[in-house]
Design a protein around this ligand. Structure first.
Ligand code: NAD
Length: 544
């Protein structure tokens, strides 16, 4: 391809997208309500998109409203094995051209996508996320609008930083770093719970010159499809990202058996990622390169409370941290450790707030919560609650009703056993378990918090005493990749709190940061010598 531009292009420093309020009477509320009504009034047909071509296999899945599961929003086509193979071929075919573009031309696609999402596409992605993933307007706005806009704008700025990072040279030589995309294709697998994650898992490798096979979650198809359509509208060339809904095991087997697998960009549960790692490890001799494995996975996120903490602040953090989006955030607070002296006050305040929580259809903006994602999640979460009814104490909530939508009441459990099942396992629902400890045992509890679960995603400490904050921060240094002081453990913002956890919670490659972008390049070091030596001998070889 011939050159299209000469000059070193600059990128404006990004700022976080402002969160719209959707307050009564606001223009954004009227406009979103209209889009919600139109989207709920249609049943669209979602094809595979491979090499820019729409493919319909006739093997259909259904996208429904979890809060009204009889309502079908869309049908979508499942890939056949030959479609997965075709998608890998399409990614490979698009690679040479896309990778040869100056990186700024690729960046322009994502800056345009951010602008479209901030304006004409905002209602569409928000409505899809609210209807198909049961997010309230605020939860959707901070995900499908603001976070995805931020990912696209900040990643471009981080990409510019990386490109500028060049080695030292001398008057006799020019040293350069060539940030090559990885060889092969990237397999991106996204979870149901954030529309922005699907947009980020695919476009971060693409920004760095890679091409992608995207398998979206079957339970969040509408937001994923509209993200793909938005990227096309922004000028993404055919084949750079190939949209392949389908049976996760079949699609993954074919993708991971391909010798050209360059990397996996995954977000989802720990067990699935570990299975992928196993598969790649077993097949390691098959690949042309060592595939990069980047995965952000499960969590068992904590709130640790010191006797010097403010009970009202703790209760608010518990309620917002545990129950927003029905506890279906990887960062959701799911265990809290409260000193005995504060417990009655913290408990009563939290229970008071929980009694005020409204739950229902996300189209009614008065609701604070809605349904969990599907029947499987509903049954699993209800199972944990019934375990708590037998082996612990339900302080508030505990009810569930799956008749119209998959509704589970926000539930607060109390246990005396610091090793209790609900304090250890990821539930991924609106269930928070409290352990009350003797005030004098704070230091011992820090060890318990650190050692209770295999995860290390997010956590927070509530305390007024600075020495205590230092003590907790040190004792819990490896217990959370995102650590909060006097704040709930959810709500990371791109550019402000790069997100990711360690231990069983993932490879901690910090989505929305330079660290993540670096995983999608394979640097080539180039040394050019102006006056190459003409004699192989060295001065030291002379006598005297
Ligand atoms: P999931 O693991 O069930 O699914 C994630 C993706 O993997 C989906 O696309 C799914 O179709 C696919 N998948 C499922 N089984 C598979 C298999 N056997 N082989 C290959 N692919 C498979 O997770 P989910 O329910 O969509 O999301 C919830 C999980 O994601 C929670 O564990 C949560 O903590 C985690 N999560 C983590 C982060 C983070 O940043 N750490 C962010 C969001 C979600």
């Amino acid at each position: 391809m011939s050159a299209n531009f000469s000059g070193i292009r600059s990128v404006i420093p990004p700022v976080n997208e402002p969160i719209k309020s959707y307050a009564p009477g606001s223009p954004e509320k009227a406009s979103l309500k209209a889009r919600l009504a139109s989207m709920a009034g249609e049943t669209i047909d979602i094809p595979l998109i491979i090499g820019g071509r729409e493919i319909r296999t006739g093997d259909l899945g259904r996208a429904v409203m979890p809060h009204k599961h009889g309502h079908v929003l869309a049908t979508f086509h499942h890939a056949r094995p030959k479609d997965v193979t075709a998608a890998i071929a399409a990614a490979q075919a698009a690679k040479a051209e896309w990778a040869s573009w100056p990186w700024e031309d690729r960046a322009a696609v994502f800056l345009k996508a951010a602008d479209l999402l901030a304006t004409s596409w905002r209602d569409t992605l928000n409505a899809a996320t609210m209807l198909n993933q049961s997010k309230t307007v605020y939860q959707s706005e901070i995900d499908a609008a603001c976070e995805l806009i931020d990912f696209w704008r900040y990643n471009v700025a981080f990409g510019a930083d990386i490109m500028r990072e060049q080695p030292v040279s001398t008057t006799a030589m020019w040293n350069q770093t060539d940030y090559r995309p990885l060889e092969g294709f990237i397999y991106a697998v996204s979870p149901f719970n954030f529309t922005a994650i699907g947009g980020n898992l695919t476009t971060t490798p693409a920004l760095m010159g890679n091409t992608v096979l995207w398998k979206p979650a079957g339970t969040a198809m509408l937001g994923a499809y509209y993200t793909m359509k938005l990227l096309e509208a922004a000028g993404l060339p055919p084949g750079v990202i190939n949209f392949v809904p389908g049976d996760p095991v079949m699609v993954s087997q074919i993708a991971m058996n391909a010798p050209d697998l360059g990397g996996i960009h995954f977000t989802g549960s720990t067990g699935v990622f570990q299975g992928m790692w196993d598969h790649v490890g077993t097949n390691i001799r098959r690949y042309r390169s060592y595939p990069r494995l980047v995965g952000e996975t499960g969590g068992k996120d904590f709130i640790m409370v010191h006797p010097s903490a403010d009970p009202q602040e703790v209760a608010v953090a518990m309620v917002r941290g545990a129950y927003e989006y029905q506890g279906q955030k990887c960062s959701a607070a799911s265990r809290v450790y409260v000193p005995k002296s504060l417990w009655p006050s913290v408990r009563d305040r939290a229970v008071g707030m929980m009694r005020e929580i409204t739950m229902g259809d996300t189209r009614d903006f008065r609701n604070f919560m809605s349904a969990v994602i599907d029947k499987k999640a509903f049954t699993k979460i209800a199972g944990y609650i019934s375990h708590a009814k037998r082996h612990a104490k339900i302080i508030q909530g505990g009810g569930s009703n799956g008749r119209v939508g998959y509704f589970i009441e926000p539930t607060l459990v109390q246990t005396d056993n610091p090793g209790y099942k609900l304090l250890c396992e990821e539930i991924f629902g609106p269930v928070l378990t409290a352990h009350v400890y003797a005030d004098s045992k704070f230091a011992d509890m820090l060890q318990v918090v650190d050692q209770t679960s295999p995860y290390a995603l997010t956590g927070s400490i509530f305390a007024k005493d600075r020495a205590v904050i230092r003590q907790a921060s040190a004792a819990l240094r490896n217990a959370a990749g995102n650590f909060y002081i006097n704040d709930k453990p959810t709500g990371a913002t791109v550019g402000q709190q790069p997100f990711g956890g360690a231990r069983a919670s993932g490879t901690n490659d910090k989505a929305g940061s330079k660290l993540n972008l670096l995983r999608w390049v394979s640097a080539r070091s180039i040394k050019e010598t102006y006056n190459p030596p003409k004699d192989f001998t060295y001065p030291f070889m002379g006598e005297e």
